[in-house]
Design a protein. Structure first.
Length: 171
């Protein structure tokens, strides 16, 4: 990873904290995070695909989706949004009833403008250190988060190239 990209599982026993810098403006990175068409292109670890069944991005709104693993297993997910401050921050809770994976945590995603680049800090807070450790062990959450953000970085770069080509061809 380049400088500024990290996964921190040491500073807080109840959290996984990821930081990654994207070579794109904050508004673009935020937009790619908040549109289910774009999310389907990058959400999840390597080899996973995502199918959205419902997407209501507002405080109290829910994103229902299935992550399809490369081994053929489907992972039912529910995210309930608590706060959305465009293009600065998204706060959500993951989990719910027995119809989704037994994983509960709160996530805060911050989008920081860095002169044409964007730093994302993603903090996943678990109810306990034991639960966080279980999710890391059983689901590979730390590695999966790193892979997910790397996929977003690739998607952002490809989107930027596509938009540049489209702008050049329009001239």
């Amino acid at each position: 990873m380049v400088a500024g990209n990290s996964i921190d599982t040491e500073s807080d026993q109840r959290a996984i904290i990821a930081t990654r810098i994207f070579d794109a403006p904050r508004e673009l990175v935020f937009a790619l995070w908040t549109d289910p068409v774009h999310l389907a292109q990058w959400w999840g670890p390597n080899g996973f695909t995502t199918t959205t069944h419902g997407f209501d991005m507002r405080p109290g709104g829910v994103w229902r989706f299935v992550m399809h693993g490369p081994d053929g297993r489907d992972y039912q997910n529910r995210i309930t949004y608590e706060e959305i401050v465009s293009p600065e921050r998204i706060v959500y809770r993951h989990g719910g009833d027995a119809d989704v994976e037994p994983v509960q945590f709160k996530t805060t995603v911050s989008f920081e403008e860095l002169g044409g680049k964007t730093r994302i800090t993603m903090r996943m807070d678990f109810p306990s250190a034991r639960e966080r450790d279980r999710v890391i062990k059983e689901y590979g959450a730390a590695d999966g988060l790193a892979q997910t953000l790397a996929r977003l970085e690739e998607f952002v770069a490809a989107k930027g190239r596509h938009d540049s080509l489209r702008a050049a061809n329009a001239k």
